[in-house]
Design a protein around this ligand. Structure first.
Ligand SMILES: Cc1cc2nc3c(=O)[nH]c(=O)nc-3n(C[C@H](O)[C@H](O)[C@H](O)COP(=O)(O)OP(=O)(O)OC[C@H]3O[C@@H](n4cnc5c(N)ncnc54)[C@H](O)[C@@H]3O)c2cc1C
Length: 339
């Protein structure tokens, strides 16, 4: 196979779901390890950025170095026993396409993560999660190539330091480990997670015996369509802020002043607050600033109404974070990568 040559001056607008304009000085799609090796040989010491579906990134400037676009495909069952199948997936596979594949093959565990944009390779990076399930619940291993030495390294799930929207791959040195494949351990028996309030409401009245994993994933797709903007129609990167975690004593002080503050607490753990609610309380929901704004149906999502620059979106995010800090004393952390 001949590797694609490194391309020059590529407009990244179609490669990020915010649809903001930015130019990559060098750009190389890679479809396999040979491509990657060839690209690295020709790349010299240019700075690198690895890109999947561009759904968790905000470009606020052109990228002077090399953007490596992951297009490594392939889905294969590599092991099986009575209860489980281990499925190895090329990191450039579309995440939602893979979720659909699991359901077609009667393999379960990822149905609540239906309809999340992006590529499989990025799924462990922020331990994607939705509706009571995280990818870490089914993660077995992550295969990487160290871009500085070219050496392969496989991380078992227990080595990935998975947490709420985080993992070892979100820590420095970023862009050193190129994820080439991810292996998932999927169950042959569906154990449906329906405790999340929106889901529980949507299936109310349904006999649990009539609900299967495919229906549950359809319910979740429907909920998501009604709440989240479609990036093909309105540029966005999903939740722009993480839900903040606060210590129980800080929460006690907060709730004394705001009795209706939504929260989720774990026994003996920190309390998770709803960033969207905090933002809404500060009056941001639905507000438009120039070509960008806060999505009217979900205050956690910043949107590009067309032609917004990355810096404008970042400035809006900073203003929002400053007002939450000033009203509640809470620091909001951004979820997408800012370039
Ligand atoms: C409408 C919408 C809804 C969303 N809903 C959710 C949700 O419910 N839950 C959730 O967790 N997220 C959600 N997201 C965020 C996003 O879809 C996920 O984080 C997704 O996993 C990002 O995948 P990607 O391929 O687009 O990553 P990119 O945006 O391309 O990259 C994200 C980061 O990962 C790095 N990276 C990507 N691929 C690799 C690789 N192969 N090797 C090494 N580094 C790599 C990049 O350098 C970057 O730092 C949503 C986004 C949108 C637009």
């Amino acid at each position: 196979m001949t590797a694609m040559p490194i391309q020059r001056h590529i407009d990244l607008t179609p490669y990020n779901t915010f649809a903001v304009a930015a130019v990559a000085n060098y750009f190389a799609p890679v479809a396999g390890r040979d491509d990657l090796r060839a690209v690295l040989d020709g790349a010299g010491d240019r700075s690198r950025l690895i890109l999947g579906g561009g759904s968790n990134i905000l470009f606020t400037r052109d990228f002077d170095g090399l953007v490596i676009k992951n297009e490594i495909r392939g889905i294969r069952v590599v092991r099986e026993d009575h209860d489980h199948a281990w499925v190895r997936v090329g990191a450039g596979e579309d995440w939602d396409g893979f979720v659909r594949w699991t359901l077609r093959h009667r393999l379960y565990g990822l149905e609540n993560l239906a309809s999340i944009p992006g590529a499989v390779g990025a799924s462990p990076i922020q331990n994607i999660g939705a509706y009571g399930v995280e990818v870490g619940d089914c993660l077995e291993a992550v295969e990487t190539i160290d871009l500085t030495s070219g050496a392969p390294r496989c991380y078992q799930a227990s080595e990935c330091a998975l947490g709420y929207r985080t993992s070892i791959f979100k820590q420095p040195p970023r862009d050193r480990y190129f994820i080439t494949a991810v292996t998932f351990r999927l169950s042959k028996t569906a154990r449906l997670v329906t405790r999340y309030a929106d889901v529980a409401r949507a299936i109310e009245g349904l006999d649990p015996a009539d609900l299967d994993a495919e229906m549950l994933s359809d319910v979740i797709r429907h909920i998501r369509r009604s709440k989240l903007p479609d990036p093909d129609e309105l540029g966005n990167a999903g939740s722009f802020f993480k839900n903040p975690l606060v210590a129980p004593d800080q929460f006690a002080a907060l709730v004394a002043g705001h009795g209706d503050m939504p929260h989720f607490s774990e026994p003996d753990g920190p309390v998770k607050l709803a960033a969207g609610w905090l933002i809404e309380q500060c009056g941001w929901k639905g507000r438009r600033v120039g070509a960008c704004g806060v999505y009217p149906r979900q205050a956690l999502i910043l949107v590009n109404y067309g032609g917004a620059r990355g810096e404008e979106i970042l400035a809006l995010a900073r203003d929002i974070a400053a007002s939450v800090k000033s009203r509640f004393g809470i620091d909001l952390e951004t979820e997408p990568r800012i370039i």
